[in-house]
Design a protein around this ligand. Structure first.
Ligand SMILES: Cc1cc2nc3c(=O)[nH]c(=O)nc-3n(C[C@H](O)[C@H](O)[C@H](O)COP(=O)(O)O)c2cc1C
Length: 251
């Protein structure tokens, strides 16, 4: 079973939820230090893409659908192929880790930092995660409480229900779940739905990276190895109006 920093994040997939009500008080230094240590262990989807993470307070973040939290974690990135999925993959590891410390979180696709910050060397802002001590339930009681589409609407793959169930439960912008999964050989191909104004296309690519994080953790949990590549396999039966994002080789 996959353990990060001694903490098992895989089981969190099946009970996590977005937290939107937080205690106003900031986390204590010991908790912040645990998070900082965890951030040094994150695995990227695409290691060649440079990224930087930055903690922010409530007055450093503004915008639509903002939740009031004492802390925010912003990710900045080089804008290379796959950078949005890479950002989703990285921050979803944090979203799953925080509840192991009794800390709640919520993805923030609407808000952005109030100040321009270019990172160490000109990286662009991608997205934020709000977090703090929850002032509401931190976990769901069972998988039946997740509002999600059935597996049959997001994949034509058979025989991989254990992997894909973890993917199906992933969070997505406005819960649209506009992803689709196909397979050729050992490769699971990930697509993001195209079209519609909400959510914007960039958030759908981030959603795809979040789903790939769950796919990777589920693969590792069942003792398999998972590695990401971007190599469009051509026609694999994905529905029309879907953009290819990346593939995960699961052996
Ligand atoms: C990329 C992304 C952006 C999101 N942006 C916001 C946001 O700006 N404000 C908000 O309240 N929730 C936001 N969410 C949370 C989703 O609404 C939530 O994950 C979805 O409804 C599923 O619910 P759950 O996370 O409780 O399982 C976002 C989620 C993702 C993945």
């Amino acid at each position: 079973m996959r353990a990060i920093n001694g903490e098992d994040v895989y089981p969190i997939i099946f009970k996590r939820k977005s937290v939107r009500k937080f205690e106003a008080a900031p986390l204590d230094e010991a908790a912040l230090q645990k998070i900082r240590t965890f951030l040094t262990t994150l695995r990227p989807l695409f290691p060649e893409i440079r990224t930087e993470l930055k903690f922010m307070g409530a007055d450093e973040v503004k915008g639509i659908f903002k939740v009031n939290a004492p802390h925010y974690l912003a990710i900045y990135s080089e804008e290379k192929d796959g950078y949005l999925a890479n950002a989703g993959f990285l921050l979803q590891q944090v979203d799953l880790f925080l509840p192991t410390l009794n800390i709640g979180s919520c993805w923030q696709g609407g808000p952005r930092p109030t100040k321009e910050f270019k990172g160490a060397d000109g990286l662009e802002f991608v997205i934020l995660l709000a977090f703090g001590r929850p002032a509401e339930e931190l976990f769901r009681n069972s998988v039946s409480e997740f509002k999600r589409n059935p597996l049959t609407s997001i994949t034509n793959i058979s025989g991989e229900d254990e992997l894909l169930e973890a993917v199906r439960l992933a969070p997505s912008a406005v819960n649209k779940q506009t992803w689709y999964f196909t397979r050729t050989g050992d490769a699971i191909h990930v697509y993001a739905g195209r079209g519609g104004l909400i959510p914007p296309q960039r958030l759908k690519a981030i959603d795809a990276g979040i789903a790939m994080c769950h796919l990777w953790l589920a693969a590792e949990n069942s003792g398999r190895k998972a590695e990401a590549v971007v190599k469009d396999p051509g026609s694999t039966g994905a529905p029309r109006d879907y953009d290819y994002i990346a593939s995960m080789i699961v052996k």
